[in-house]
Design a protein around this ligand. Structure first.
Ligand SMILES: NC(=O)c1ccc[n+]([C@@H]2O[C@H](COP(=O)([O-])OP(=O)(O)OC[C@H]3O[C@@H](n4cnc5c(N)ncnc54)[C@H](O)[C@@H]3O)[C@@H](O)[C@H]2O)c1
Length: 462
């Protein structure tokens, strides 16, 4: 949908306040105030009938959360689980019972005719190969984010998606939330005017937050298939830390950008109907977690977004800090010419204030008395009584109801609904590459030590 909100500020200057107030964007007088319930503007109906049989490939932390969410959708049954560590296969039995088919070789799972769909929740460096094999085996695929470890891999997945006609949903689940949906609706209605900046941050202050996940005491070369884990990465001797904390190594993961920025890009691109940035410059360093990792624990990246049919040109600032002394927290704030929005999965906070145009007390000190009087008089002529009431100034918070099942449920609901033929997936391979590609630009810039360019339409480094 084309976004047509006029640039009201520019208009104000040209036409004067009184007429501009009435003629400006569609958001005028349209918004409620205070706290409002968050509701979806289209119904999510209960999916029908035929049971979908699911296989899980990669039964680690996210594979388990994914499977729980998948099974919260009606008509889905878990049939098989694949993992390279015996403890995770045992965990699958503890969680989902004895009837499961268990294997260390994902190809055995793909060979099963009774499986309709698979979740791919392995480390990032395995995504491409397993996703393509699964599509070619006729399975619908839910692939965890980031869809790829390297941008070029995305084109191979897009080709496989096209050639097989298969269904692929990428797993940045937050985008399917009520909060993201509301933010999109508000942005389209002109609630923040034209976007000027995005401010995203994710601060952490714990070992777990910094990816120091526990290493199981029974992990050893008998219980872990380390050579298969390495895949196309360089060969190395057995190493529990690399296997269980793979995110900390460039050979297997994608750093904070591929892990955390990518969610924000999915949300941003959805809200704005954007294809992505054209340039990134990144800095940071390894400041604290000197545990053998070769990725930074502090990353700051600035992105340039060009003007398109759906949004103005703007800049985005992304920051992740794994040693946020004093505490953690995160935010995703869109700043526009007329307001700002704090976007979450369960809430959106919209703030609108009038742009201060009065000749201020600060600079008037350098004006003669006579000039102060003249400037104030000039300004007073531009004021129209009652205009502020038309602008819906103030703060409005939308909140999801307590019983809302959340984004993860909705994202799987959409995936299974697409398999049943009712709807399209919301994150196909092209969407997945645009989100992952934008995120991976941060790494490209950081390791090259210079700004890097990206063609968001062709999805290629420039
Ligand atoms: N959507 C989200 O919010 C979210 C959150 C966390 C992680 N993730 C993504 O999920 C994926 C998994 O992350 P995690 O935290 O669960 O990691 P994890 O290490 O806890 O789990 C990965 C599992 O994959 C298994 N594995 C490795 N190679 C395999 C192979 N070739 N075949 C079968 N199994 C294999 C490992 O044994 C391990 O149990 C990553 O891509 C990550 O970026 C997404």
């Amino acid at each position: 949908m084309k976004h047509t909100t006029p640039n009201r500020r520019a208009f104000l200057k040209k036409a004067g306040l009184a007429t501009a107030g009435l003629a400006a964007g569609p958001y005028l007088s349209a918004a409620p105030r205070g706290t409002q319930p968050l509701v979806r503007n289209y119904p999510i109906q209960t999916a029908a009938n035929d049971t979908i049989q699911l296989g899980l490939i990669g039964c680690g932390i996210q594979g388990i959360y994914d499977t729980r969410s998948a099974l919260s959708v009606d008509g889905v049954r878990l049939t098989a689980v694949c993992d390279l560590y015996t403890g995770r296969l045992q965990r699958a039995r503890e969680l989902w019972g004895d009837g499961l088919f268990l294997t260390r070789d994902y190809r055995e799972l793909l060979d099963r005719k009774d499986i309709d769909a698979v979740i791919v929740a392995t480390p990032d460096h395995w995504h491409k190969r397993i996703v393509i094999d699964a599509l070619k085996a006729g399975k619908a695929v839910y692939c965890e984010k980031p869809m790829v470890q390297k941008p070029a891999e995305g084109h191979e997945i897009i080709a496989a998606e096209r050639e097989t006609g298969g269904i692929l949903q990428v797993g940045s689940q937050g985008m399917s939330s009520l909060g993201n949906e509301k933010a999109r609706e508000l942005y389209k209605a002109g609630a923040i005017g034209e976007i000027v900046m995005l401010d995203m941050y994710n601060d952490r202050y714990s070992a777990e937050g910094a990816w120091q996940y526990p290493i199981p005491p029974d992990a050893n070369p008998d219980t872990v298939d380390f050579d298969t884990f390495l895949g196309h990465a360089p060969k190395r001797p057995y190493d529990n830390t690399r296997f269980f904390r793979w995110r900390n190594y460039r050979d297997y993961g994608t750093g904070v950008a591929g892990d955390l920025f990518v969610h924000a890009f999915s949300t941003l691109h959805h809200i704005l109907d954007s294809q992505g940035p054209v340039r990134a410059i990144s800095t940071g360093g390894l400041r604290y977690w000197n545990d053998g990792r070769d990725v930074p624990d502090v990353t700051l990246t600035f992105y340039d977004y060009p003007k398109t049919a759906t949004h103005a040109a703007f800049n985005a600032a992304f920051r992740v800090n794994f040693i946020a002394g004093g505490g953690g927290g995160g935010g995703f704030r869109m700043v526009g010419t007329e307001g700002s929005m704090e976007v979450g999965q369960r809430s959106v906070k919209l703030s609108r204030t009038a742009l201060g145009m009065a000749p201020g007390g600060y600079s008037m000190v350098a004006q003669t008395e006579a000039n102060q009087e003249a400037l104030n008089a000039e300004y007073a002529k531009t004021l129209a009584p009652g205009r502020e009431a038309l602008l819906d100034l103030g703060e409005t918070v939308w909140e999801a109801p307590r019983e809302y099942k959340g984004a993860h449920h909705d994202h799987f609901f959409n995936f299974f609904d697409a398999i049943r033929g009712n709807r399209k997936v919301v994150q196909d391979a092209t969407f997945g590459l645009r989100a992952a590609g934008a995120a991976l630009l941060a790494n490209e810039s950081y390791y090259r030590g210079e700004a890097v360019g990206w063609d968001p339409s062709a999805m290629k480094l420039t």
